[in-house]
Design a protein around this ligand. Structure first.
Ligand code: C5P
Length: 235
């Protein structure tokens, strides 16, 4: 059986390095991949990412870059120099930006996978209207995913609901990272649509991003182990 730990990314959505360090230490060998997002990166900076990598962990740097192509390419080179494995850009930045991002990653020594974020899950059809986007959310997700994959990005961040359609449309040769995961029977927090680890893997995800079910658990180690088991059940 495949080692389910390789598919689990724990989102370190914690306010400071002290709390994040304590959790990483507590989780120990049970978790090998961490997501560092805007909150933690803004307080702790690149040194925290370096520290995780130096401790043998893989890092998903989720800063969702969205800027002119030259600036995004430079940011990607900086992220690659931290030896992160995955990073994010907004597909809405357009094909020139996406291409610059993919090229910068490919030309770096560590070659991180560039993941594109399509439509934020906080946006509905009405929100898209406000920013001048006609059509349904699903159409915009498909359009932006196509753009990202055509321009050389290595993967997509998408909900498990979107995963099935994305796999059907674009095949298996891209990395699919899926948040909104809740173990069966747990709290859903503010996630509108949640999927169990097993079902998300079956829907075609390569990696599951899990935050609060582990970070807020009374026993984070037990919860991580349980999620890994549920991942392994799908394989
Ligand atoms: O705590 P929870 O498991 O809901 O955390 C999920 C993580 O995935 C958070 O870091 C959140 O920002 C991220 N995410 C998400 N939905 C998306 C994209 C990212 O929940 N569509």
């Amino acid at each position: 059986m495949q080692d389910g730990r390789q598919n689990l990314i724990v989102a370190l959505d914690l306010a400071n390095g002290e709390k994040a360090r304590a959790l990483v230490q507590q989780l120990g060998e049970n978790v090998v991949f961490y997501k560092v997002g805007k909150e933690l990166f803004t307080t702790e900076g690149p040194s925290f990412v370096r520290e995780l990598v130096a401790n043998g962990k893989k890092v998903f740097l989720d800063l969702k870059f969205h800027d002119i192509p030259n600036t995004v390419a430079a940011a990607i080179r900086s992220a690659a120099s931290l030896r992160v494995s995955l990073l994010t850009v907004h597909a809405a930045g357009g094909s020139k930006m996406l291409k610059a991002a993919a090229e910068a990653a490919a030309q770096s020594e560590s070659k991180p996978t560039v993941l594109a974020v399509t439509v934020l899950t906080s946006l509905d059809t009405e929100d898209l209207r406000e920013i001048g986007v006609a059509g349904e959310v699903e159409d915009q997700v498909t359009r932006l995913a196509a753009l990202a994959l055509q321009t050389g990005c290595g993967g997509i961040v998408a909900s498990a609901q979107e995963a099935v359609h994305l796999r059907q449309t674009f095949g298996r040769s891209f990395t699919l990272v899926t948040p909104g995961i809740r173990p069966a029977g747990g709290a859903v927090d503010d996630q509108a649509r949640v999927v169990t680890p097993e079902n998300a893997m079956r829907a075609g995800a390569n990696y599951l991003v899990v935050g609060r079910p582990i970070t807020s658990a009374s026993d984070p180690v037990e919860m991580a182990k349980m999620i890994v088991k549920q991942i392994e059940r799908a394989s």
